[in-house]
Write a protein that binds this ligand. Structure first.
Ligand code: MHO
Length: 243
């Protein structure tokens, strides 16, 4: 390799590594060239049953950069897992609007739980498992209402119980509950380098693998990650840095 080419490669690799270390973001497939900045990220919050599962559902989507589980929708100050008062278990999703839209997130919301179930979700019974779309302004409220109506039309056999609510405070839950599904798989944690908790919570790779661990990624993504992991195991590469 010529010196100039080597230098170009070095610069490219350095830039790529630097870009990825700022937000821990890796894009795959239909990538946007410029990396997203914190200011460009959009945030949305949904409640759809157990927040362990909710985080896994959304974390695996392309364009979702970061997920955090917590409590929202109630009035109790500083809720905790065993005393969350009138809040609902929720997931906060930070996403790149160039890659995924609020509308698309709403579609995933509807297809990922049973919005007709009253006072719970599957085996989880209680007010904390209710279904809510939290909105941030009138345009999101409008989009949420339109999509709820569509869902009601689709769902002939029951009333859609989902509430649409302006987001108040989102209270993040304890570290124990963040990336819960991933933490059940020490091998996967090891594969991404046993990140310290703080990094794990911010990492989009961890958010993806959290979905993978729960087998809640879209099928193509689930297969793609499977293949990546098998490859690493076969080749004996030590660390998974991107999917
Ligand atoms: N059924 C779930 C509920 C967990 S949750 C975060 C479980 O106990 O496994 O509320």
């Amino acid at each position: 390799m010529k010196a100039a080419t080597r230098l170009t490669c070095f610069i490219l690799v350095t830039v790529v590594l630097a870009e990825n270390s700022c937000l821990g973001i890796r894009f795959s497939g239909r990538v946007s060239e410029t990396p997203i900045t914190e200011q460009q990220l959009q945030t949305t919050v949904f409640a759809l049953g157990s927040f362990w599962r909710s985080e896994a559902v959304f974390g695996c989507l392309d364009g979702v950069v970061r997920t955090t589980v917590g409590y929202a929708g109630g009035s109790k100050p500083n809720p905790e897992y065993r005393s969350l008062g009138d809040h609902a278990e929720s997931v906060q999703i930070e996403y790149d609007p160039r890659m995924i839209s609020f509308k698309q997130l709403l579609e995933v919301f509807w297809t990922s739980h049973d919005s007709r179930q009253v006072f719970g979700q599957g085996p989880d019974v209680g007010n904390q498992y209710r279904s809510i779309v939290f909105t941030n302004g009138t345009e999101e409220s409008r989009l949420a209402s339109v999509s709820k109506e569509r869902e009601q039309t689709r769902s002939k056999s029951g009333i859609v119980t989902t509430q649409i609510q302006q987001l108040g405070t989102f209270y993040p839950a304890d570290p124990d509950h963040q990336k819960f599904e991933l933490k059940r798989h020490p091998f996967l944690l090891q594969l991404i380098g046993n990140l310290p908790e703080e990094e794990l919570e911010k990492s989009s790779l961890a958010a993806k693998l959290n979905g993978y661990a729960a087998e809640l990624c879209p099928p193509t993504m689930q297969k793609h990650i499977d293949a990546k992991i098998n490859d690493i195991v076969r080749k004996g590469w030590p660390i998974l840095r991107e999917v």
